[in-house]
Design a protein around this ligand. Structure first.
Ligand code: HEC
Length: 194
């Protein structure tokens, strides 16, 4: 029995030696391993490449962006200047328009005041001429309501400087002597529209 076992072992060992299997296997083994590693290497390589790509891309846009940012800054400089100029122009025109509007409102207020004054001034005339200027004052005068503004201005100024009037022109002169040219104008305008 012992002999058979020894024979078997030595026979196997001899076969191994002869065939060089052990060596070949050990040669093949390391060859296969690098082969596998080579094969395996490309496999993880893309995996490694995938995260590597964004990493490689990430700095690329940043690097590429740097000159772009500079270009934008350079391009923005005159735009900023132009915008500032335009803003200044707009501010000035707004100021001018606001000033004009204020002046317009003041002028309108002044005109409104004038017309109010005319109505107030006429109250003392209405006692003789009627609220609508429809009466013959003291049974003497012509009806003044509805006469043209130019006619009324001429007559009132005529009473004031003595160049117009009838028998009772002295009375009318006393009524209009203190009127200013502006008041005469406003009154004549007011009476012509009664
Ligand atoms: C006390 C009364 C009286 C008062 C107040 C009076 N008037 Fe007269 N008005 C007369 C008389 C009278 C005459 C005519 C005078 C004449 O003989 O020319 C007249 C004439 C006029 C005429 C000329 C009419 C025409 O066509 O010949 C005008 C215009 C006139 N008055 C305007 C006025 C105005 C404006 C006022 C107010 C500021 C006024 N009067 C206040 C009495 C009055």
């Amino acid at each position: 029995m012992k002999n058979w076992k020894i024979l078997m072992i030595s026979g196997v060992a001899a076969a191994m030696l002869l065939s060089g299997c052990g060596e070949k296997k050990s040669e093949n083994a390391p060859q296969e391993t690098p082969a596998k590693t080579e094969k395996a290497a490309p496999a993880p390589a893309p995996v490694a490449e995938t995260p590597a790509k964004p990493e490689a891309k990430a700095p690329a846009p940043a690097e590429a962006a740097a000159p772009a940012v500079e270009a934008v800054k350079e391009a923005a400089a005159p735009v900023k200047e132009e915008a500032a100029k335009q803003a200044e122009a707009v501010r000035k025109s707004v100021e001018t328009e606001a000033k004009k509007a204020t002046e317009g409102v003041e002028a309108a207020a002044a005109a409104a005041k004038k017309s109010v004054d005319a109505a107030a001034l006429f109250t003392k005339c209405a006692g003789c001429h009627g609220m609508k200027g429809e009466k013959h004052a003291l049974g003497q005068s012509n009806v003044i309501g509805g006469q043209s503004k130019a006619e009324l201005v001429k007559k009132i100024e005529g009473y004031k400087n003595g160049t117009y009037g009838g028998a009772m022109k002295g009375l009318m002169a006393g009524q209009v002597k203190s009127l200013t040219p502006e008041e005469i104008d406003a009154l004549a305008d007011y009476i012509s529209k009664l």
